[in-house]
Design a protein around this ligand. Structure first.
Ligand SMILES: [Mn+2]
Length: 341
């Protein structure tokens, strides 16, 4: 009787009642297999997959030749494994941030410093950016206090951005996309000379690989981050395969930051890079992303919005060099160009 009521409750989606009835039926007759089956179905519907698996397994063991029992058991086991896998690759958000180790107040700006200064010690202005370009052109350095301030601000900004950023482009207007800058600051200056400085009317997307290889990665990245803070809605940056801790160790950026600033700043850069958006959708028409990102991105095969939005950017933190290279190959947009991005 209780088992029949359990079936009825399952049919009208009263899963809680179905569960109670199935439990009662089992209590009355521990060998009554159908009740286990109903209980599993109720647990499945309530999202309690581990409990459902237990019952499905019991039914399957008693009736190994029952096709339906086997299908249900296999399906449920797959779900339980998937959940365990998702849990294993999820990132612990309680992780300590390097931000807590940074004390801007302790970084006094010496009177002798004649480089660019942030407005009120905090804000990037157009004037600051022009002075910064001039300072870098003359191979001078931005004060570490301002450098840290920019990194902290840009980290906060990116951490609040989605993985896929939508970029509206008004009809008939110009939009410039630039590829790998790779630490070539003087090339970056040439781009701005030929194509105009970034502005509200001259929007840009820099599509990853800002650093490594060239000797002026620090100059490139602070220039780009500065413009990002100045025109957050008109200047865009996406992550390349070189915006990662392992690549920076191998291809020069880490050494350059340590020489020009400090190891602490290297760690902060790593955090900021982990927050960079992975792709941009221009005017709801064109998807732009850097080649050779990571396997999980490749998994987003059909390039639907949900696939990209679901990707946690913080997954890509600690990867071995080997794994990264594999990922680069496996996610390369063309079969030919593989290793040397
Ligand atoms: Mn590259």
């Amino acid at each position: 009787m209780t088992n029949l009521r359990s079936i009825a409750n399952l049919r009208i989606e009263n899963f809680g009642y179905a569960l109670a009835d199935a439990n009662k039926a089992i209590e009355n007759d521990k060998s009554y297999l159908k009740a286990y089956y109903r209980r599993a179905a109720a647990h499945m519907s309530l999202g309690k997959y581990k409990l459902a698996l237990k019952d499905y397994e019991r039914v399957y063991k008693v009736r190994p030749n029952d096709k339906d029992a086997k299908t249900k058991f296999t399906e449920c086991r797959k779900i339980v494994q998937q959940i365990a896998f998702q849990k294993a690759i999820s990132v612990d958000v309680k992780e300590v941030s390097v931000v807590d180790k940074i004390n801007l107040e302790s970084m006094a700006v010496e009177d002798s410093y004649d480089g660019p200064r942030l407005e009120n010690e905090t804000t990037v202005t157009l004037d600051f950016m022009k002075q910064l370009l001039e300072c870098y052109r003359n191979q001078k350095k931005l004060h570490r206090r301002y450098a840290f301030q920019i990194l902290l601000d840009v980290r906060k900004y990116f951490s609040e951005q989605p993985t896929l950023v939508d970029v509206p482009i008004p009809e008939g207007s110009k939009f410039t996309i630039c590829g790998d800058i790779h630490g070539q600051f003087y090339d970056l200056l040439n781009i701005f000379e030929l194509n105009g400085l970034p502005s509200a009317d001259n929007p840009y997307l820099f599509n990853g690989d800002f650093v490594d290889r060239g000797s002026f990665s620090v100059e490139c990245i602070f220039t780009l981050f500065g413009f990002k803070l100045l025109y957050p809605d008109r200047f865009f940056m996406s992550r390349g395969n070189h915006e990662s801790e392992n690549m920076n160790k191998m291809y020069g950026f880490e050494g350059e930051v340590k020489a020009k600033y400090s190891a602490l700043m290297v760690d902060l850069f790593t955090e900021v890079y982990n927050w960079l958006p992975l792709c941009h959708c221009l005017d709801s028409k064109v998807l732009v992303m850097h080649g050779g990102l990571f396997a999980k991105v490749r998994a987003a095969k059909n390039h639907s919005r949900c696939n990209f939005l679901d990707i946690s950017r913080r997954l890509y933190e600690k990867r071995s060099g080997r794994r990264l290279r594999q990922d680069r190959v496996s996610t390369c947009p063309t079969q030919k160009a593989t290793m040397d991005f």
